[in-house]
Ligand binder design. Structure first.
Ligand code: PMP
Length: 354
C-alpha cells in the first residue's frame, strides 16, 4: 500500500477471483465459465462491429435492450446493461444501500457482496445458512434491509423456488430485494416474471455463464422503471460507456442464437447430473445444484488436498477457505471429456490414499 492510498480504502480486502493461470494448459473447472465457444453469430457480429471502433459505443445499448425486452416480455425501461453483472450488483449497493438501509445476505454466498459493501462504506449483516446450506426464508422477511440473494446460490448451487423469492419481496415493501440470477439458466426459476408486480425487486443476470461471454463482460439489471432510472443515475455518474461496442454486438448475436443457448444449457444440465452421480459413486456428498457447478466433499479426503493434488495433475477446481465449507470444492460442469479427465484423476487420487 502506498502512503497516498485513501483512508477510505486502507482496510479493504479485495475480492479474490478464481485462478486464471496462463503458464500451463489446465482442464479449467474453477470459475464457472462455459466450456463452449461463444455462438458463431456472437463472434460474427463482434467482428463486424470492430469496424466502427473509432466511435464511442451506444450508451443506451439500444439493440440489445430491444431484443432482451422482447425475449423477456418486459419494457425497455425495465432493463439496464452493465459491464458484467458484477457492475450491476455494485450499482445496487451504491444506489439502494446506506446506513439506514444496510445490506443483508447469507454467510455462505457470492464473496463479492461483502467487498461491494465495504467499498461503498455500507454496513452489512451475514445471516448463517441452515446446516444443510438452505436459506431460512423467515430470516429475510420484513427485515427493512436491502436483501441480496443469489438464486441459485453460489457456491452451493441450491435454488429457491419462485414462491419463496416472492414471499421475501412481498414482505419487504419498503426495501429492495436483489435476486442475483447469474446461474438461473441452468435450472432455477427466474423472478423476472415478478418485475411488473413489485417495485422493490431487482433481478441481475449475466452473459458470462450460459451465453459463453465471460470475457465480453455483459450483465444486466431488470426491475421497475424507477429503479432502473436510479441505477442509470449511478451509471452516468461513474462510466456512461460501460458496455463496449464489441460486447454489445456479441451480446446481440448471443441473444439471437437462442437455439445455441438452449442446447448448451441442456448439455450442462445433463453433464451436471452425470458428474453428480459419478461423484456420489466415489463417496462424495453433493448439494442439489441448479447451477453450472457441483459443490462436493468427500468424508474421507481433505478438501484442500483434493484441490492441490488435482492442480498438480493439471485439473483446476475451486477451493474456499471459509471455515464452514473448507471440506468442500466447487467444480464447474465442463464437457463430458473434461469431466472424464477430472473423474479419472479423482479416482487415482482416492486410490493412492486408501
Ligand atoms: N453473481 C454470482 C453469484 C457469481 O458467481 C458471479 C460470477 N463470479 C457473478 C454474479 C458475476 O459474474 P459476471 O460479473 O461475470 O456477470
Amino acid at each position: 500500500m502506498s502512503r497516498f492510498f485513501s483512508d477510505k480504502y486502507r482496510a479493504l480486502t479485495p475480492y479474490t477471483p478464481g485462478e486464471q493461470p496462463k503458464d500451463r494448459q489446465f482442464v479449467k473447472l474453477n470459475t464457472n465459465e462455459s466450456p463452449y465457444k461463444p455462438s458463431p453469430l456472437a463472434r460474427e457480429y463482434a467482428a463486424k462491429a470492430a469496424e466502427d471502433l473509432q466511435l464511442y459505443c451506444d450508451i443506451g445499448c439500444t439493440a440489445l435492450t430491444a431484443k432482451l425486452a422482447g425475449l423477456y416480455g418486459v419494457g425497455r425501461e425495465n432493463i439496464l446493461f452493465t459491464n458484467g453483472s458484477d457492475e450491476a450488483l455494485n450499482f445496487c449497493f451504491m444506489a439502494f444501500c446506506d446506513s439506514d438501509h444496510p445490506a443483508v445476505f447469507p454467510d455462505i454466498t457470492y464473496g463479492f457482496y461483502p467487498v461491494f459493501a465495504a467499498l461503498n462504506g455500507i454496513p452489512f449483516e451475514e445471516i448463517p445458512l441452515n446446516a444443510d446450506f438452505s436459506v431460512n426464508i423467515g430470516d429475510y422477511c420484513g427485515v427493512h434491509k436491502t436483501v441480496f440473494l443469489a438464486n441459485p446460490n453460489a457456491p452451493t448451487g441450491i435454488a429457491l423456488p419462485l414462491s419463496d423469492v416472492e414471499r421475501i419481496v412481498k414482505s419487504n415493501p419498503d426495501s429492495i430485494v436483489v435476486a442475483d440470477e447469474a446461474y438461473v439458466d441452468f435450472g432455477a426459476e427466474s423472478a423476472v416474471s415478478l418485475i411488473g408486480k413489485y417495485d422493490n425487486l431487482i433481478v441481475t443476470q449475466t452473459f458470462s455463464k450460459s451465453r459463453s461471454l465471460a470475457g465480453g463482460r455483459l450483465g444486466m439489471a431488470i426491475g421497475d422503471a424507477s429503479l432502473i432510472r436510479d441505477l442509470n443515475t449511478v451509471k452516468f455518474s461513474t462510466n456512461p460507456y460501460n458496455v463496449n461496442t464489441l460486447t454489445q454486438a456479441a451480446g446481440l448475436g448471443a441473444l439471437e442464437d437462442d437455439g445455441y443457448f438452449r442446447h448448451n444449457c441442456a448439455e450442462i444440465i445433463a453433464n451436471r447430473a452425470y458428474l453428480t452421480a459419478e461423484l456420489n459413486k466415489l463417496g462424495f456428498i453433493t448439494t442439489d445444484s441448479s447451477a453450472n457447478f457441483v459443490f462436493a466433499k468427500h468424508p474421507g479426503f481433505d478438501g484442500e488436498q483434493l484441490y492441490v493434488q488435482l492442480k498438480e495433475r493439471g485439473v483446476l477446481i475451486r477451493h474456499f477457505t471459509l471455515d464452514r465449507i473448507r471440506d468442500f470444492n466447487r467444480i464447474t460442469v465442463g464437457t463430458r471429456e473434461q469431466l472424464e479427465i477430472l473423474l479419472n484423476n479423482i479416482k487415482e487420487i482416492l486410490e493412492v490414499s486408501s
